[in-house]
Each structure stands twice: as C-alpha cells, then as structure tokens.
Ligand binder design. Structure first.
Ligand code: B12
Ligand code: SF4
Ligand code: SF4
Length: 317
C-alpha cells in the first residue's frame, strides 16, 4: 500500500471551495533561490525591501511549517474581460474585493475541513505576502509553466489567476511539473511600455523599477520622468504583458483560455472617473476603496497616479 494519501479528495475539496485548479508537490527546498539572490543583487526588487529581508525564509517551505511534507498549490481565476466601468484604469486582478480577503476565506474553510478529517495533520495557508516562491511550487505541482513575461501560464486557461499555497505535514500523492513554453513568441516583450521584461543569468525576469505594476502600486514618491509616458492610462497595476499573450485568447480549440472569473467577489466595482478622483480628499478615498486591493498604493500614491494619467492624456491629445 502507498505511504501517500490519494490526492483526488484533496483536489476535489479545493475545487468545491471555489478554486480553479489544484496540484500537489513535495515541500522541498526552492530551486529558484540562487537566481532570486542574483535578481536581488542586481537591484531588480527596486524599493520592495521586504524581498531581500526574506531570503532565508524562502529557501525552504519547512521554515514556514517545520513539519511540511506536501505543498498544495491552488489557483483562482480573476479574469475580467470587460473594460473598466470608468476611465480609472485598474488591472483586472484588483477591480473587485481584495483578493487576499477572498482567498484567505476560502483557504481557512478548506483547512478547517481537512483539520476535521485529519486531526493529526498540520496546515499553513500562504497567499501572496508569505515568503514563498508561489510560482515555483505551483509549477512543480503541475499548474502552469513560466512565460517570458514571468507569469505562470496554464496552457488550457491562460495566466489571469492568483496562486495560493497550503503547506501540510500530510504526505499526499505528487503531481508532475507542468510542461509548456512560449516558443519564438516575444509579444509581451515588445508590448511592455517600459521595457521591464529583460533577460539575464539564463532567464527572463522583471526589472521592477521599470514595471508599471511596481511604479503604480509599490513605489513611493515621484515616478522617474523617463518612465511617466510608459505609465500611460494605468492608475493601478498593468495588464499589458498578459492581455497580449496568445495563451489568454480564447479560440475554437481552446475555449477555456481567458474566460471570465466566476467568483462573485471579484465582480468589478464602480469607481469614479479620473477627474472626480483627482478632487478626492483622504477620508473619501478611505471609504471609496474600503475592502479593495487598490488601498495598497496609499492615498498619496493613487493621487500621484491619477495626476500622471491626466497629464499623459492632455499631452497625448
Ligand atoms: C514581488 C512581486 C511582484 C513584483 C515583481 C514581479 C516579478 N515578476 O518578479 C511586481 C510588483 C513587479 C509584480 C507585478 C505583478 N504581479 Co506580482 N508578485 C510578487 C510576489 C510578491 C513575489 C515575486 C518574486 O519573488 N519575484 C522575484 C522573481 C525572481 O521570482 P518569481 O517570479 O516568483 O520566480 C521565482 C520562481 O518562481 C522560480 N522561477 C522563475 N522562473 C523560472 C523558470 C524555471 C525554468 C524554473 C525552474 C524556475 C523559475 O525562480 C524564481 C526565483 O529565482 C509574488 C507572490 C509570491 N509570494 O511569490 C506576486 C505574484 C508573482 N504576482 C502576481 C501578479 C498577478 C502580478 C501582476 C499581474 C499584477 C498586475 N496586474 O499589476 C503583475 C505582473 C507583472 C509580471 N509580468 O510579473 C501573481 C502571479 C500569478 C501568475 N499567474 O503568475 C503572484 C504569484 C501573486 C499571487 N499570489 O497570485 N509582482
Ligand atoms: S506588468 Fe506592464 S510594465 Fe510590467 S512587465 Fe508587464 S507589460 Fe511591462
Ligand atoms: S506573450 Fe508570448 S512570449 Fe510573452 S508570455 Fe505569452 S507566449 Fe510567452
């Protein structure tokens, strides 16, 4: 008899909880650590100081859960194919309720169910902010492969999904890593408005200091004047390198690619337009963006972005 538990019921429970796909791999040291260190040494994390501060924790999932034996990787589709409801252009992942809250709720319910079924098991859920290479483990668990834009791509569905990880002490049957590749395509590299997709140390990577997603969400203070035009109409985040990707375009033989999310909490909220936002005071900003991932930019950051969008619009018209 196998010493591993059947993965079927774990995956079925994850899909029942609303996740899009689920896969399992071993909780072993991260292969990407060496590249990650070089990426940091070259300054590609820009102002995200929390990234170099967590190298040690990222080296092995057992630093987050000592007893970890298996990694249960999960994805959740967030695709919003409709254009935004106003001229306030927000990346698709942030148009509805804050994904951290939505995913945390789903993970907690799943973990509660598994704790009841396996009282001897230990579990720890991670979403986004935990120091773990979510893409690497989701790749090893068979959920997607690395595109040149560095996003994890599921050949059948595309790349508009979040990744969440549950570490567990339970030994669960493993999946095989996902296969796939971009071939000769370079569409995202050519479309990126700031030249942020670069190659070095044998891999495609993102130079965060040039990435519109970083500049509009994580960066504090003024935006480098040389990159202002590249920010264009983006007020929060950027979807250019995913919108252009052929794996996100549905076709007769690939109907599941780029499909809209079925998660009701991700339904796009109605936000005011740029001119109204530019006049907003902090108290109103606070209530307008309650429960939204857009809060991450802070009041000052969002106002800086809105002013830049208006400036870009007036200069280009
Ligand atoms: C920091 C960060 C950013 C930074 C840097 C992005 C980057 N590409 O590195 C910025 C702010 C720019 C950013 C932007 C976005 N992000 Co972000 N971000 C993160 C975060 C918190 C850490 C990523 C990181 O460590 N980067 C450093 C690089 C070097 O690591 P990495 O890309 O993970 O790759 C490592 C391994 O996966 C592996 N690896 C990489 N390539 C290969 C190739 C092979 C062959 C192998 C074997 C291994 C391997 O080695 C690497 C380490 O050495 C993760 C969450 C997490 N905890 O992982 C989310 C995450 C990557 N982001 C996510 C999203 C959705 C976005 C945006 C789409 C948001 C938006 N619309 O604006 C953009 C996409 C931009 C882009 N093209 O990547 C999702 C990606 C989902 C997916 N399908 O891939 C994640 C996983 C969050 C989540 N929980 O869902 N992000
Ligand atoms: S998110 Fe935008 S700026 Fe960043 S790499 Fe992709 S296309 Fe370039
Ligand atoms: S646009 Fe082309 S090169 Fe970029 S990730 Fe998609 S398939 Fe790969």
């Amino acid at each position: 008899m196998s010493e591993f538990l059947d993965s079927g019921p774990f995956k079925a429970a994850a899909l029942e909880a609303g996740f899009t796909t689920a896969g399992i791999c071993a909780a072993e040291p991260a292969e990407g650590l060496e590249f990650y260190q070089k990426w940091l040494d070259d300054g590609n994390h820009a102002g995200m100081a929390y990234l170099p501060n967590s190298v040690e924790l990222r080296s092995d999932p057992r630093k987050l859960l000592e007893s970890a034996h298996s990694v249960i990787a999960l994805t959740l589709n967030y695709r919003q194919p409709e254009p935004p409801l106003s001229d306030f252009l927000v990346a698709q992942y942030a148009r509805g309720r804050d994904y951290h809250k939505v995913i945390r709720g789903k993970m907690n319910r799943l973990i509660a169910r598994w704790r009841a079924d396996f009282p001897e098991g230990e579990f720890r859920g991670c979403i986004d902010s935990a120091p773990i290479f979510e893409r690497e483990y989701a790749h090893l668990a068979g959920l997607g492969w690395f595109g040149k834009n560095t996003c994890l791509i599921d050949s059948k569905r595309g790349s508009f999904f979040f990744i969440a990880i549950i570490l567990t002490s339970l030994p669960i049957e493993r999946d095989l890593p996902a296969n796939g590749g971009c071939g000769t395509c370079r569409a995202c590299i050519e479309a990126c408005p700031t030249g942020a997709i670069q190659f070095g140390h044998g891999r495609w990577f993102i130079n965060s200091g040039r990435c519109v997603s970083y500049l509009t969400i994580e960066h504090r203070g003024e935006i480098d004047p040389g990159l202002e035009r590249g920010v264009g109409d983006w007020s929060f985040g950027c979807d250019v390198c995913q919108d252009i990707c052929p794996f996100n375009q549905p076709g007769p033989r690939q109907p599941d690619r780029g499909q809209a999310t079925s998660e009701p909490d991700f339904a796009a909220r109605e936000y005011p337009g740029l001119l109204e936002l530019a006049r907003m005071q902090e108290a109103e900003w606070d209530s307008t963006f309650a429960g939204s991932a857009i809060r991450r930019a802070g009041f000052d950051g969002l106002m800086r972005n809105v002013e830049l969008n208006l400036k870009n619009r007036s200069e280009l018209s």
